[in-house]
Design a protein around this ligand. Structure first.
Ligand code: GTP
Ligand code: MG
Length: 199
């Protein structure tokens, strides 16, 4: 996929009950707050800051649907696990995400982002299970790979795979928004699951 056009097509808040019908294959991005979901989307779509990023966790509080080339839709999901977002948002987060995962006919895959330096916690495991149970393709993306020594990578990857007890078929990619490590491989995986470029 070559990125030609990108536009923010839908913004869905916690109070919106209906999942928008984009009519396009959708690829979502999930993970704890601050893990780098919006940064990954910006890197994939080659826009510096179309998806809003912040060093303060809890930046993205709506599901943001980005129409890419009128071919595929990237869905930036609000992150979990950050204690300081308002209680009412925390309470409605789960139902909103589940409604989307189970309710969208267009959703093909969810990229679950994990900080390569951290052991996944219960929230990460729950998210992984939701993705698998929704019947969509789970893709693991280990972010901020620029922050870890090369010699530590193998051990971290193995620790994360074991903690989540991932299935054989789950692909795992390293990613860094700083040096763009993994960008091409992730785009290739998205092409594969959406059927883009297969003519
Ligand atoms: P929420 O919207 O709060 O759920 O966060 P998010 O997952 O969208 O994270 P975001 O993309 O806003 O990034 C959070 C912080 O991590 C920002 O300060 C980014 O600059 C930083 N960051 C993201 N990706 C990377 C990376 O690959 N390497 C490094 N070093 N920093 C990164
Ligand atoms: Mg974000």
């Amino acid at each position: 996929m070559v990125i030609k056009t990108v536009e923010l097509a839908h913004v869905v808040g916690v109070t919106t009950k209906k999942v928008p019908d984009t009519g396009l294959p959708e690829i979502a991005f999930a993970g704890r707050s601050n893990v780098g979901k919006s940064s990954l989307i910006n890197c994939l779509i080659q826009r510096k800051s179309l998806a809003r990023t912040s060093s303060t966790p809890g930046k993205t509080q709506t599901m943001n649907f980005y129409n890419v080339n009128n071919e595929v839709c990237f869905v930036d999901l609000p992150g979990y696990g950050y204690a300081h977002v308002q209680a009412d948002f925390r309470a409605s987060w789960g139902p909103m995400i589940e409604r989307y995962l189970n309710g969208s006919d267009n959703l093909k895959a969810v990229n679950l982002l994990l900080d390569i330096r951290r052991t996944p916690n219960e929230d990460d495991s729950m998210m992984y299970e939701w993705i698998v149970n929704a019947g969509v393709v789970p893709i693991l993306i280990l972010t901020k790979s620029d922050k870890i020594k090369r010699s530590q990578i193998k051990k971290s990857v193995l620790g994360i795979k074991n903690a989540l007890r991932i299935t054989e078929e789950t692909d795992v990619f390293l990613f860094s928004a700083l040096d763009k490590t993994g960008r091409e491989a992730i785009i290739g995986k998205i092409d594969e699951v959406t059927g883009i470029n297969e003519g």
